[in-house]
Design a protein around this ligand. Structure first.
Ligand SMILES: Cc1ncc(COP(=O)(O)O)c(C=O)c1O
Length: 299
C-alpha cells in the first residue's frame, strides 16, 4: 500500500458534499489553490475507531480558512461528519485523515473573489511518520536554512498550504544530508519547531518548549502540555535561543503525524530519550487510544 501513488488508490473520497470514487476526486490544472496556495488543510488521526480531537481539527480548519479570507461552505458539524464518512468509506479503524479546502478555478489571478470554495476529505492507513527503528533511538534533526516567518509577513497561525513551501525545502535538504527532519528557527532567531511538528526539551527535570507566537500551536502540543501538567511536571513556554541547545538532556517533537517522537540529535547536539519523554509518549498513546490503553492495563 505504501508504494501505491496517492492518486492510484482504491476507495472513496468525500468531495464537495458526496463520496466519489478515489480515482475521480480530480481538480483542474487552473485551480487557484494550486497556483496561489489559497488552500488550508488538516491532518487528523484515528485510533481504535475514534478520530482524536476531531472537533478541534475541524474548528482549526475553519479558522485557517478565515485567516486566508475565505469561508468553508460547511459547518463544523458537517466537517466532522464528512471526516467520519471518509474513514467509514475506507473501512478504517486506525488511520490518517486529510481534510482540505481550497479556492477553485472560476478566476485565475491574484484576485479570486468569485472562486468557489472546495472541500474534500481523504483517509488512509498511515502507521508511523518516522522510521520506527530511528524513532526508538531518537530521530536526527538537521538545522534548516529557512526561518519561520513573522506573523507580519505570513498568516503564520493558519495551517495553510503556502507555509509548507519552506518546510518541504527544509525537510528535503535534511533528508538529502541523512537526517530525518529539520529544526527551524524563527525570524528572530529563536528555536521554533520541526517542519511538521512542535518541539520540547528537558533540562534538570523541567520541560521547556518554544512559545508558539509565530507557528502552529499544535493540537498534539497542547495535549502534551496538559498531560505534562497532569503529571506535575514543571513546563516553561518561552523563547529558546539556539545557544541553549547543548544544555538540554532530552528532546522530543509532537504532532498528529509524529505523535510523540524522541529526538537523539540536532546538528552537533546529542540527546538521550529519557524518563520524561518515555512518560509523555506513554501518556499520549493512552490519551489517543483509551480503549487500547484500558485493555493493555487489564491484561
Ligand atoms: C508545521 C507544523 N507544526 C506543528 C504541527 C503539529 O500540529 P498538530 O499537533 O495539531 O498536528 C504540524 C502538524 O500538523 C505542522 O505541520
Amino acid at each position: 500500500m505504501a508504494d501505491i501513488p496517492f492518486d492510484k488508490r482504491d476507495g472513496f473520497i468525500w468531495f464537495n458534499g458526496e463520496l466519489v470514487p478515489w480515482a475521480d476526486a480530480k481538480i483542474h490544472v487552473l485551480t487557484h489553490g494550486l497556483h496561489y496556495a489559497s488552500c488550508v488543510f488538516e491532518g487528523c488521526r484515528m485510533y481504535g475507531g475514534e478520530i482524536f480531537k476531531l472537533r478541534e481539527h475541524s474548528e482549526r480548519l475553519i479558522r485557517s480558512a478565515e485567516i486566508l479570507g475565505f469561508e468553508i461552505p460547511y459547518s463544523v458539524e458537517e466537517i466532522d461528519a464528512a471526516c467520519i464518512a471518509a474513514v467509514r468509506a475506507q473501512k478504517l479503524t486506525d488511520g490518517y485523515l486529510r481534510p482540505v479546502a481550497w479556492r477553485g478555478s472560476e478566476m485565475m489571478g491574484v484576485s479570486a473573489q468569485k472562486n468557489k470554495i472546495n472541500f474534500a476529505v481523504a483517509a488512509w492507513e498511515w502507521p508511523s511518520y518516522f522510521d520506527p527503528e530511528q524513532r526508538k533511538k531518537g530521530i536526527r534533526l538537521d538545522i534548516a536554512k529557512y526561518k519561520r516567518p513573522s506573523p507580519e509577513t505570513a498568516p503564520s497561525m493558519a495551517k495553510a498550504a503556502g507555509l509548507y513551501m519552506i518546510c518541504t525545502i527544509s525537510k528535503h535538504a535534511a533528508e538529502n544530508r541523512g537526517y530525518a527532519d529539520a529544526l527551524m528557527y524563527d525570524y528572530r532567531g529563536y528555536v521554533a519547531e520541526a517542519t511538521g511538528a512542535n518541539i520540547f526539551f528537558v533540562k534538570d527535570g523541567v520541560i521547556h518548549t518554544p512559545k508558539p507566537d509565530c507557528f502552529l500551536d499544535g493540537i498534539t502540543r497542547q495535549t502534551v502540555v496538559e498531560l505534562a501538567k497532569a503529571r506535575g511536571y514543571e513546563i516553561l513556554e518561552r523563547h529558546i535561543m539556539p545557544d541553549e541547545l547543548p544544555t538540554f538532556s532530552e528532546c522530543f517533537i509532537t504532532g498528529t503525524a509524529a505523535e510523540v517522537t524522541p529526538v537523539g540529535e540536532i546538528g552537533p547536539h546529542r540527546y538521550t530519550p529519557g524518563q520524561i519523554t518515555a512518560t509523555l509518549f506513554g501518556d499520549y498513546m493512552a490519551a489517543v487510544n483509551p480503549k487500547q490503553a484500558a485493555k493493555a492495563a487489564s491484561a
